[in-house]
Design a protein around this ligand. Structure first.
Ligand code: AMP
Length: 390
């Protein structure tokens, strides 16, 4: 069966065409700069990469380009070959405890959550609407970043704020990167040969979140109402005392909303180092003696270690720490710093193994807690979800 996994942003649309259940990647691509005259459409298949530049006014046009491109390049011969489409949707709130077969009602429900994800959900809906127009007879499934975390208990997801905020506005922790945490933790359970395994998934990319998974269920995660909470990231601060907002707004005569933008876009690696949001730049500068790059790295490592310690206690033990996403999969020095910081838990790093990338164990044989690198695959997870509805 051929399934398309879609990730629609406000000005971009990424897709993969997968052969299921074999999970074989047939083609992938993206349309960038949607809404502009010089939008770029790129498609990769069979080792070829083809790019073209043209005006793409909206997502409908972007989807037409993708669908026509698949036929024009001979990747599929007719639209009937597409058996399903899976859409990444960032915020499912408490309305979606599972992925959902899309109909008008599901789209309305997703739109009712726009206040909780004002940048993401409207863009996701635009992608859904455009694909439904292009492929009206093909089942389409919404796969949410939040549903994997819907198994958290109240003590993990409620904030200690006036309870009416939760009842009236949905103020609580939702967590994100759910498809990635699910994919990696399921793979870890297979590698450990233990479906009841207690694992902590460290999704370390430009966005960073940790997830405590006990027997296949998310019991806690570091992101919150929005992806700002938790660990410092490429440009996000992670946790700060909310009073920072009022203080800086007063000192700089700005609104709290403007200062919040700084916490989202000008903090983390970028804010502390003063020059880059990219982990490679931070590690290189630190190795050459850059003091602030060193701070940026060490603040992040300490915060990750804090979360790992707390999840260890909350789960009452730990079988494995898993690393995934851009940094987790590719930055041995960051992995080493984190594992050194939590070695009291019984994890012993195998330095030779850690120097390599790709899926493999990076702890020694006598390590009581295993450390494993597991490349994430959110598109495969989305396609697997679509298959459940076929
Ligand atoms: P992601 O959001 O998962 O694409 O991850 C982006 C982050 O991964 C950036 O901070 C990159 O610096 C980092 N990253 C990507 N590739 C590498 C690499 N080969 N070595 C070290 N870091 C990398």
């Amino acid at each position: 069966m051929k399934i398309i996994a879609v990730n629609a942003g406000s000005s971009s649309l990424k897709f993969q065409l997968l052969d299921m259940p074999e999970e074989r990647l047939i083609a992938q691509g993206l349309v960038e700069r949607i809404g502009f005259d010089e939008a770029v459409f790129t498609i990769k298949f069979n080792g070829d990469k083809i790019s073209s530049t043209q005006p793409v006014r909206n997502h409908k046009k972007a989807v037409e380009l993708v669908v026509e491109g698949l036929i024009k390049q001979g990747i599929i011969s007719t639209l009937e070959e597409i058996d399903g489409v899976g859409h990444r949707v960032v915020q499912g709130g408490e309305l979606f405890k599972d992925s959902a077969l899309i109909d008008d009602e599901v789209i309305e429900k997703i739109a009712s959550l726009n206040d909780l994800a004002p940048l993401h959900n409207p863009a996701n809906i635009t992608g859904i609407v455009a694909f439904r127009k292009a492929l009206p007879d093909v089942p389409q499934v919404a796969v949410f970043d939040t549903t994997f975390h819907q198994t958290m208990k109240e003590e993990a997801f409620l904030y200690s704020t006036p309870y009416e905020w939760y009842e009236k506005y949905g103020v609580r922790k939702y967590g994100f990167h759910g498809t990635s945490h699910q994919y990696v933790s399921e793979r870890a359970a297979v590698l450990l040969d233990n479906p009841k395994a207690k694992v902590i998934v460290c999704h370390l990319g430009n966005g960073v979140s940790l997830c405590a998974v006990d027997g296949g269920k998310s019991v806690d995660t570091s992101m919150g109402l929005t992806p700002l909470e938790g660990i410092p990231m490429g440009t996000r601060s992670g946790n700060v005392d909310p009073s920072v907002l009022a203080l800086v707004a007063k000192k700089e005569n700005r609104t709290m909303h403007e200062v919040l933008e700084d916490l989202n876009k000008r903090s983390g690696y970028l804010g502390v180092s003063g020059f880059s949001n990219d982990s490679r730049d931070i590690v290189n500068a630190m190795n050459e003696g850059g003091e602030r790059a060193g701070f940026a790295h060490r603040i992040q490592v300490k915060r990750i270690a804090d979360y790992i310690g707390s999840y260890y206690v909350y789960m009452g033990g730990l079988d494995a720490i898993c690393f995934t996403a851009g940094i987790g999969e590719n930055a041995p020095q960051v992995r080493e710093s984190i594992l050194e910081a939590v070695k009291v838990l019984g994890v012993r790093i195998d330095h030779e193994a850690n120097a390599k990338n790709g899926e493999h164990v990076i702890s020694t044989k006598d390590s009581t807690v295993k450390a494993i690198v597991i490349p994430t695959n959110e598109e495969v997870m989305i396609a697997r979800e679509v298959m459940r509805f076929e």
